[in-house]
Ligand binder design. Structure first.
Ligand code: NOJ
Ligand code: CA
Length: 570
């Protein structure tokens, strides 16, 4: 449990992250004025204006980046981008984003500095949970295109040196899946045991069985035809598969092979800790660990593939890495990713400090996946309390902490939340991209978009932000250009610097070639702090604004909500 978060808050956010209450809670915490945390007096504002790296990497950086992105460790050096295909770009005028639309925006993503995509579910789905209810594991939802369109996307991405991961929803299917349609009929059909059935709305061998649903009160739903209840960790339209049935376990391994054979570069594995249940636990029980290891063995038979876990736990993804090479290549770090807004709102770094300490104990070979938002939580704009400087500070941390950054689509233009919630409140963070200032469809579609745009669609359009050197898009471009081709950010050592002011996050990143100190001021007033850390070097600001004095004691000075990267070596 990170310090600085009320007991029970994390658990309740996780249980109910789809509900208004969790969103409201995070909104309130994120928009509170910054306060406290300081053990020292406020310093003066650093006078210098911010240093902005050039918007494009040099040819030398590009050459180094392409070497780093070649071979089995590519995912450590990549910048990922989570695409909600449905909301990214419509190509056929039906108001729904699709694969051909995404292909038409690959050059934009390449220009931003993106190396790899994670596509939210694209398989056929009745859309009871935005595609996380799959009705066919070996096809493409016609709303997004055809299998040929998908293959074209893989080819076009490859031609640009980009990789593609798809979302793999292993824990549950849609209730419209033919397997469930058969299973629900009676107790004797060939698929009778493919789902988790019980005569009562509970089962002694399932420890999370009664109130275990993330999206409702009971995890059991009555199926009148069978006169039995089925288990669902999410919506009732998402029955849990029974992995204790060998045919299920085999079928899903075959599914991974199917997509690897197609040429995907890996998978983002949805709530993968939940596959097996026991009487005492439903999260990453030994059978689930073994199953993940068999997925990894399959993945390892294909060259240069990578898998990223969506942990069930929000504070520590360490168990998803196993020994470092036998489970996941990457796992999301939600302790930072979903709670940074609270650190900024309270002006207290401890949530971030704890996340960094946890990551520093990952086994050799493990790589954290760093986010500041996703399709499941508030738009980063809200987490930042609508303060662009906090937003930039959070993005800077994401891009400079040890790990692999995953940008959620639209984050680079600070996409604002929407108001419509056809599925649930998470739709507020799933609105269409806005590409142009003008036009009812803002370049996303020529029709009515499937979901209305978020707030300020013209202001947050790529066109408007492209033209403004101070925009969020310009910031992201230069931030990604800054780190490009420098392995220190992906894999360099990370050392926390304990500044005596808890409003300042500071850490050193270093490898054989270079060394930097990164500092972010969480507070809304200028801050100065010291730490008894022996550091040497020039302390020249290479990004942001502030000052650094090195020696036996380090002194950092930052403007209100300011951030800086100081170069120590070479
Ligand atoms: C996690 C996904 O990120 C979320 O959107 C979904 O609702 C649940 N898993 C269930 O699949
Ligand atoms: Ca379309």
């Amino acid at each position: 449990m990170p310090r600085g978060i009320e007991a029970g808050t994390l658990a309740s956010v996780h249980r109910t992250y789809a509900r208004t209450a969790a969103f409201a809670l995070l909104t309130a915490l994120a928009s509170a004025p910054a306060c406290g945390g300081s053990d020292s007096d406020a310093g003066e504002a650093a006078p210098a204006g911010p240093v902005r790296p050039p918007p494009r990497p040099t040819a030398e950086q590009e050459a180094r980046a392409s070497a780093l992105l070649t071979g089995p460790d590519w995912y450590r050096h990549a910048v990922f981008y989570e695409v909600n295909v449905r909301s990214f770009q419509d190509s056929n005028g039906d108001g729904i984003g699709d694969l051909n639309g995404l292909v038409s925006r690959l050059d934009y993503l390449k220009g931003l500095g993106v190396d790899a995509l994670w596509l939210m579910p694209i398989m056929p789905s009745p859309f009871a949970d935005s595609g996380y209810d799959v009705a066919d594991y070996r096809a493409i939802d016609p709303a997004y295109g055809t299998m040929a369109d998908f293959e074209r996307l893989l080819g076009e991405a490859k031609a640009r040196g980009m990789r593609v991961l798809i979302d793999l929803v292993l824990n549950h299917t849609s209730d419209a899946h033919p397997w469930f349609q058969e299973s629900r009929k009676d107790k004797t059909n060939p698929k009778a045991n493919w789902y988790v059935w019980s005569d009562t709305p509970s089962r002694a061998d399932i420890g999370c069985g009664t109130n275990g649903s993330t999206f409702g009160d009971s995890a059991w739903e009555l199926e009148p035809a069978r006169e039995q209840y089925y288990f669902h960790r999410f919506y009732p339209g998402q029955p849990d598969l029974n992995y204790r049935e060998p045919a299920v376990a085999k079928e899903m391994l075959d599914t991974t092979r199917f997509w690897l054979d197609k040429g995907v570069d890996g998978f983002r594995c949805d709530v993968v800790g939940l596959l097996y249940e026991t009487a005492t636990s439903c999260s990453l029980v030994p059978e689930t660990v073994d199953y993940i290891k068999s997925i990894r063995q399959i993945v390892d038979t294909y060259p240069d593939r990578a898998i990223v876990a969506e942990p069930v736990e929000l504070t520590n993804s360490t168990p998803y890495f196993g020994g470092g090479k036998d489970m996941f290549h990457m796992a999301f770090d939600f302790a930072y990713g979903y709670f940074w807004g609270i650190a900024f709102a309270s002006g207290d770094r401890r949530i971030i400090e704890d996340a960094m300490n946890t990551a520093s104990a990952f086994p050799e070979g493990a790589q954290g996946a760093l986010v500041i938002g996703s399709h499941d939580v508030l738009r980063a704009w809200q987490s930042a309390g609508t303060d662009p400087e906090r937003y930039r500070g959070a993005a800077l941390l994401q891009m400079t902490m040890r790990g692999t950054p995953f940008i959620y689509y639209g984050e680079e233009v600070a996409l604002r939340p929407g108001a419509a919630t056809p599925i649930d409140v998470r739709d507020t963070a799933r609105t269409p991209m806005t590409w142009t200032r003008d036009g009812a469809g803002h370049g996303f579609t020529t029709a009515t978009p499937w979901l209305p745009f978020g707030e300020a669609p013209a202001e947050t359009s790529v066109e408007a932000e492209d033209a403004d050197p101070d925009s969020m898009l310009s910031f992201y471009r230069s931030l990604l250009a800054f780190r490009r081709g420098h392995p220190v950010w992906a894999t360099g050592a990370s050392r926390f610097v304990p500044i005596d002011d808890r409003g300042i996050v500071a850490f050193v990143r270093e490898d054989d070639e270079e060394s930097y100190l990164v500092a972010v001021n969480l507070a809304s007033e200028p801050r100065e702090g010291t730490a008894p850390s022996a550091l040497t070097g020039s302390g020249r600001v290479v990004l942001g604004a502030g000052s650094l004095a090195v020696g036996e004691v380090v002194t950092v000075k930052l403007p209100a909500n300011g951030y800086a990267v100081f170069q120590l070596r070479p």
